[in-house]
Design a protein around this ligand. Structure first.
Ligand code: GLC
Length: 742
C-alpha cells in the first residue's frame, strides 16, 4: 500500500511548469498533425480564410452557410451574439465533413459592451495593471457573446497626431507602449487560453503603421532598420513575449515592401528572432492590396507573396480562397509551407479548447448578466478618472458644489462621441453624458447651452451660451472632436478644435467668468487658439461609457493623475515632434540663428511627453546614484525623494530617462527607461529607487548588433520629459557589451 501511496504521490507532484507547457504543446501538436493528415487541400485552404459577416441577425446567409458546410472558411469576423454564433458553429459541427470549429473574431479594442476610454487615454494612466483589468473585463464580456478572438491590442507607436489611429495606441514611447501591450495581452488571454472567458489577442498592425508619411492613414512608411527596431518593434516583441496567440500585419509598406509580403518582418524577425508560434492574419484585404502597392500583378501573385512571407490567414481579400489551392498544385507554393500555416491556425483552435467545446464561453445567460455589469461600469469609471490629464489650472479647479456652474459646448450633453473610435458593441444609450453626470451629482438641473456644433461653422448659438455664462460663477465648456474624427481613415491636416469651438471658448471667456475647458478628443490638439482664455484645461480624451461621471468626479475634487503618453505640439507645423528626438549637429538655440528651429514661433512643445498637473504639487530632491560606475552583470540604483508639498493627497508618475551622449551612432536626447506612480498624502515624502542594469542602456550599433557601449551616460528623473534632474555615471566595459546573438 505504501508503494502505491508513494506512486500516487509521485504523480501528484506537479512537474515543473515548463515541462507541463511542453507536454501540453506536444499533445496539441499531435492532435493537429493527425487532423491535418485527414484534410483535403481545399479544406486546408479553408482554415486560412476569414470572412466578414455583420451583426447578429439569424439565420446565417446561405452563401456563408455553404462555405461552412464545404469547409471553405475557418473564421468569421464581426459576427457577435452567443445565440447567433452558436447557430453558426452548429453548422460547422454538424454539416461539415471534419467538424473543425470556426473561430469568431471581433474588434474588441477598448471594451466590448462596457466601453472603456480609448487606448490612448488608458495609456495616460501609466498603470499597466489597471489596464490589464480593463482588458480582462472586455474578454469576459466578449467571450460570453460567443467571440473567441480580438483584433487587439493595437500597439503602433505614433509620433504624428495628424494620424487618426494615434487614438488606438499607447502614444510615442516604446517602453510605455510595450508595458501597455503586454498588459492588454495578459488581460485578454488570461492565465490560459483554455478558459472559457479567454480572448485570443492579436497585436497589430505589424509594423510601423504609425510612421505613415504626413500622418496620412495607409500612407508610405520609409524608416531605417534602426528606427524600426528601436521605436516601432518593441511593443510587438513585448506582446509576443506576453504570449499573444496571433498577430495582424499592417496595410503599409516599409521602404518598398508591403507588410503583407514582408518576409523579413513576418518570418526572419517574428519567428526567427522572437520564436512566435501563433498565426498571422492580414489586415482587411491587405493581401489583395499588394496589387495596388504594385508588387503583385494579380490576386494569385498577391496570395503567393502573402503565404510565402508568413501571413497565415487572409482576412477578406479572397486571394487565398480563390488561388492558394491552384498555386500549390502548380508547385508555386510548397505544400509543407501551406501545411505549416494550417497547423498554426489549428493549434490556436486547440489551445482555445474549441475542439473540446466549440461553444465555449458563448452563453446567452452569461451574456445577459455580464454585459454592462455594475462592476464593469465601475471599473470603466475608475480607468477614465485615472486617464484624465490636467493640462492647466489657474486656481479654477476643483469646483465647489455651491458655485453656480454653466455647462456649455457641443459635447456637454453628448453620449456617442464619449465612446470614441472602435467602440465595439457599445451603444450611445449606455453612455453617461457630462450634463447627466453633473446634474445627478449636484441633484439639480444646471444651466446649459450647446453654443455650437463640433464641425459646422455656425455661430448662432453663441449668444445663448454667453448669456448662460454671464449668470454663472464658472463656465464648463465641453469641446473637442467627434468619435469619427479619430481612428481609422481619420487623419487631420490641422490640430486645432474643429469648427468654431475655439471662438466659442473665447466668447464665453470674454464675459470674465472663469472658464474650464474639458477636451473630448482622440489625439493631441493644438490648444493655442483658446489656451489663454481658459482658466483650466482637462484632457478627458474619449472617456467611454462612464465618461460623464468620471469628468464630474475630477471637476469636483478627484485629483487627476494622468500623464501625457504623447507630446502636445503648439502647432501642426511642428510635426513630427516627440521627446526622444536626436540632438542633430545644430541643436535648437533660440538666440543662435543657424540652429535647428522654426523662425516663426515657439519651438518647444505646448505640453511635453509625461506631463500632467495635479490639485497638489510635488517637489523632487536631487538625483543620487548608488555608484558612479555600472559594469556588465551589475546594476546601480538611481534614487530621488518626492514630497507632496501641497494640501491634498495626489499621485505622481516619477519617470526615469537615460541619455547616451556619445556613441558609435547618434542617440536620442532622452529615453524613458522606468517609471513609478506613487501616492502621497499632503507633506508625505517618499524615496523612489530605480534599479538600472546594462540591458536598459542597449542600442543597435553600426552593424545592427544589440550592444551597450562603454562610456558616460546621464540618468534623469522627474515628472515629465522636460522638468528633470540629472546625474552622470559610466558604463565600464572592455568593449561593446553584446546582448544579442543574431
Ligand atoms: C480594419 C483595421 C483593423 C481591424 C480590421 C478588422 O481595416 O485596420 O485594425 O482590426 O480592419 O475590422
Amino acid at each position: 500500500m505504501r508503494f502505491l501511496v508513494l506512486g500516487a504521490l509521485l504523480f501528484a507532484i506537479p512537474p515543473p511548469a515548463g515541462q507541463v507547457a511542453d507536454a501540453h504543446r506536444d499533445a496539441v501538436d499531435r492532435r493537429v498533425d493527425s487532423l491535418l493528415s485527414l484534410m483535403t487541400l481545399e479544406e486546408k485552404v479553408g482554415q486560412l480564410v476569414q470572412v466578414a459577416v455583420e451583426g447578429e441577425e439569424s439565420p446565417l446567409a446561405e452563401e456563408y452557410a455553404r462555405q461552412v458546410r464545404l469547409g471553405e472558411v475557418g473564421s468569421f469576423l464581426n459576427s457577435i451574439g452567443a445565440s447567433r454564433n452558436r447557430e453558426i458553429q452548429t453548422i460547422a459541427m454538424t454539416r461539415s465533413r471534419l467538424k473543425i470549429p470556426l473561430l469568431f473574431g471581433y474588434d474588441v479594442i477598448h471594451g466590448f459592451r462596457t466601453v472603456f476610454p480609448i487606448p490612448l487615454a488608458q495609456a495616460s494612466t501609466w498603470e499597466p495593471d489597471l489596464i490589464e483589468k480593463a482588458a480582462r473585463v472586455a474578454a469576459i464580456e466578449a467571450s460570453s457573446a460567443g467571440i473567441h478572438w480580438t483584433f487587439a491590442p493595437m500597439v503602433d507607436i505614433a509620433r504624428d497626431p495628424r494620424w487618426g489611429r494615434i487614438a488606438e495606441g499607447s502614444g510615442e514611447d516604446p517602453l510605455l507602449g510595450s508595458l501597455m501591450a503586454a498588459a492588454r495581452v495578459r488581460g485578454f488571454q488570461g492565465d490560459t487560453l483554455a478558459r472559457r472567458d479567454a480572448l485570443l489577442a492579436c497585436p497589430k498592425h505589424y509594423a510601423a503603421y504609425g510612421a505613415a508619411e504626413g500622418g496620412r492613414d495607409y500612407n508610405t512608411v520609409d524608416i531605417s532598420e534602426r528606427t524600426l527596431r528601436e521605436i516601432y518593434l518593441p511593443p510587438f516583441e513585448a506582446a509576443v513575449r506576453a504570449g499573444a496567440g496571433t498577430l495582424m500585419c499592417s496595410f503599409n509598406e516599409i521602404a518598398g515592401v508591403p507588410s503583407s509580403g514582408n518576409r523579413h518582418l513576418l518570418t526572419d524577425i517574428l519567428r526567427g528572432e522572437w520564436k512566435f508560434d501563433g498565426f498571422v492574419v492580414s489586415d482587411w484585404g491587405s493581401i489583395g492590396e499588394m496589387q495596388q502597392h504594385g508588387v503583385a500583378g494579380t490576386l494569385a501573385e498577391a496570395a503567393a507573396l502573402g503565404i510565402t512571407a508568413g501571413v497565415d490567414m487572409d482576412m477578406e481579400s479572397g486571394a487565398y480562397h480563390a488561388h492558394l489551392a491552384d498555386l500549390v498544385r502548380a508547385g508555386k507554393v510548397p505544400l509543407p509551407l501551406l501545411d505549416e500555416s494550417v497547423r498554426r491556425v489549428l493549434r490556436a483552435k486547440f489551445r482555445l479548447g474549441l475542439f473540446d467545446d466549440p461553444y465555449r464561453g458563448g452563453d446567452p445567460a452569461r451574456e445577459k448578466t455580464l454585459l454592462l455589469a455594475p462592476e464593469h461600469r465601475n471599473l470603466a469609471r475608475e480607468v477614465a478618472r485615472h486617464s484624465m490629464v490636467l493640462l492647466k489650472n489657474s486656481n479654477v479647479l476643483p469646483l465647489r458644489k455651491e458655485q453656480n456652474v454653466a455647462l456649455i459646448g457641443p459635447l456637454a450633453d453628448n453620449r456617442s462621441d464619449l465612446l470614441g473610435c472602435w467602440s465595439g458593441n457599445g451603444r450611445e444609450e449606455d453612455a453617461v453624458a457630462v450634463r447627466e453626470g453633473i446634474e445627478r451629482m449636484l441633484g439639480h438641473p444646471v444651466p446649459y447651452a450647446r453654443g455650437c456644433l463640433v464641425a459646422p461653422l455656425d455661430r448662432r448659438g453663441f449668444a445663448e451660451a454667453v448669456e448662460v455664462a454671464r449668470k454663472a460663477d464658472v463656465a464648463v465648456l465641453v469641446v473637442g472632436e467627434t468619435a469619427l474624427m479619430s481612428g481609422e481613415a481619420a487623419s487631420r491636416s490641422t490640430l486645432g478644435l474643429p469648427g468654431v469651438q475655439e471662438e466659442l471658448v473665447r466668447a464665453v471667456a470674454a464675459t470674465g467668468v472663469p472658464v474650464v475647458v474639458v477636451l473630448i478628443n482622440g489625439r493631441p490638439l493644438a490648444v493655442g487658439g483658446f489656451e489663454e482664455s481658459a482658466g483650466a484645461i482637462l484632457e478627458a480624451w474619449a472617456p467611454g461609457v462612464e465618461g460623464g461621471n468620471a469628468i464630474v468626479d475630477i471637476l469636483y475634487g478627484a485629483n487627476p493623475s494622468g500623464r501625457l503618453p504623447v507630446t502636445f505640439p503648439r502647432s501642426v507645423g511642428q510635426i513630427p515632434l516627440y521627446y526622444n528626438h536626436k540632438n542633430t549637429g545644430r541643436p535648437f538655440q533660440a538666440e543662435e540663428r543657424f540652429t535647428s528651429k522654426y523662425i516663426d514661433g515657439e519651438n518647444s512643445p505646448q505640453y511635453p511627453f509625461g506631463f500632467g498637473l495635479s490639485y497638489t504639487t510635488f517637489d523632487y530632491s536631487s538625483v543620487s546614484l548608488s555608484s558612479p560606475l555600472l559594469r556588465e552583470g551589475g546594476s546601480l540604483t538611481v534614487s530621488v525623494s518626492v514630497r507632496n508639498s501641497g494640501k491634498v493627497a495626489g499621485e505622481e508618475v516619477v519617470q526615469l530617462y537615460i541619455q547616451d551622449p556619445v556613441a558609435s551612432v547618434t542617440r536620442p536626447v532622452a529615453e524613458l527607461k522606468a517609471f513609478r506612480k506613487v501616492s502621497l498624502r499632503p507633506g508625505e515624502e517618499q524615496r523612489v529607487d530605480f534599479v538600472l542594469t546594462p540591458e536598459m542602456l542597449a542600442m543597435f550599433d553600426l552593424s545592427m548588433h544589440r550592444v551597450v557601449e562603454p562610456g558616460a551616460f546621464i540618468a534623469s528623473v522627474g515628472g515629465n520629459a522636460r522638468d528633470l534632474q540629472s546625474a552622470a555615471f559610466q558604463f565600464e566595459s572592455a568593449g561593446p557589451y553584446r546582448l544579442d546573438r543574431r
